[in-house]
Design a protein around this ligand. Structure first.
Ligand SMILES: C[S@@+](CC[C@H](N)C(=O)[O-])C[C@H]1O[C@@H](n2cnc3c(N)ncnc32)[C@H](O)[C@@H]1O
Length: 314
């Protein structure tokens, strides 16, 4: 896992969440490109909760469910869906374009961080940028929802490295000697208790993923907070939408493949704030409509980010 080095002067404004980082990938045409792999547990919680309740209800006669999670980064989306599905038998294939990122996802080991100074100055609820830190730290002022999620998290994960462990202390000591300039993080490491059988992780590109997946149909396909990587480009630090005439055929191919992967009535979900990164959500929506999907309207959402497959496409 690559963790960005943060300037100690900006402990709160840094854009940090459960995992922050990026990976330098090599594109098909041999160019290098940086992809942001930032993610966190239970990100887009309302969407995940709605989707898992829907699947439980609509596919209740199906004994074992199967999900595909694209742009899974270090795996938090995958493990969050698994946790929210509870005891339901479920297999998940996660894929991401970043090789190193996928390696981390496979390990099932996660670090939860919390900036030391913030622990004394702020209540965890004030720190919107450290949204999943509550999962690892014992705080008394959690909302009922956070309490519930923390409980689910500790049923699935065990703490393998604490602040008191010798390894942690040695590492911290070394870091203090060699690298005093960055924000100090309290760090705890957690391991998924039942690694292996329920998950597989692959390196794949959403634009070309079909051959990588099992023939089996899925009931949920996720590609969250990642469209900007394929519909925009970073030009001299300014993120710009790529031309519509390039994007539409590419999106049509993607959604045709997703349609083919899904069972009828299956869901496609994306992030709740996909448009914040300059993705043109209307072209994405148009392409979904053209490829057999209809939106499910969620209250309080600026646009539809949950889509249901209503028909097959050729
Ligand atoms: C900002 S992260 C989002 C992670 C996670 N889905 C979430 O909602 O927290 C974007 C991820 O998209 C992945 N990605 C970018 N382009 C991709 C592509 N063409 N196919 C598959 N994954 C891609 C990146 O490697 C990165 O891990």
């Amino acid at each position: 896992m690559i963790i960005n080095n943060y300037n100690a002067n900006y402990p709160v404004s840094i854009n940090f969440s459960g995992h922050a980082g990026c990976e330098n990938i090599i594109t098909k045409i041999g160019m290098r490109k940086n992809v942001t792999t930032e993610t966190r547990f239970f990100r887009d919680y309302k969407t995940l909760k709605y989707a898992t309740n829907y699947i439980r209800e609509v596919f209740r006669s199906l004994k074992e469910k199967y999900f595909v999670v694209g742009a899974c980064s270090t795996g938090e989306d995958v493990y969050s869906l698994k946790m929210l599905m509870g005891k339901e038998p479920l297999k998940i294939t996660g894929f991401d374009i970043g090789k190193e990122t996928v390696k981390d996802a496979k390990s099932g080991i996660f670090s939860l961080y919390f900036p030391v100074e913030s622990k004394t100055k702020y209540r965890i609820d004030d720190l919107s940028t450290y949204e999943d830190a509550y999962l690892g730290f014992d705080k008394t002022d959690l909302t009922p929802e956070q309490k519930q999620l923390k409980k689910i998290f500790s049923e699935h994960f065990e703490c393998i490295e604490t602040k008191d462990s010798l390894k942690y202390k040695i590492k911290e000591r070394l870091r203090k000697i060699f690298d005093v300039t960055y924000v100090e993080f309290d760090k705890l490491r957690f391991k998924y208790k039942k690694t292996g059988e329920d998950f597989e992780f692959k390196t794949a590109d959403i634009r070309d993923f079909r051959g990588m997946l099992p023939e089996r149909k899925c009931q949920l396909f996720a590609f969250k907070n990642s469209f900007y990587h394929i519909v925009t480009d970073n030009n001299y630090c300014i993120r710009q939408q790529l031309p519509r005439e390039w994007i539409k055929p590419m999106l049509d191919k993607i959604f045709k493949n997703i349609n083919k992967s899904l069972d009828k009535k299956g869901l496609f979900i994306m992030g709740e704030n996909e448009h914040n990164q300059k993705s043109d959500i209307f072209i994405i929506g148009k392409s979904l409509l053209d490829n057999g999907f209809l939106p499910i309207r969620m209250p309080d959402r600026p646009y539809q980010n949950i889509w249901v497959k209503v028909k097959e496409v050729d």
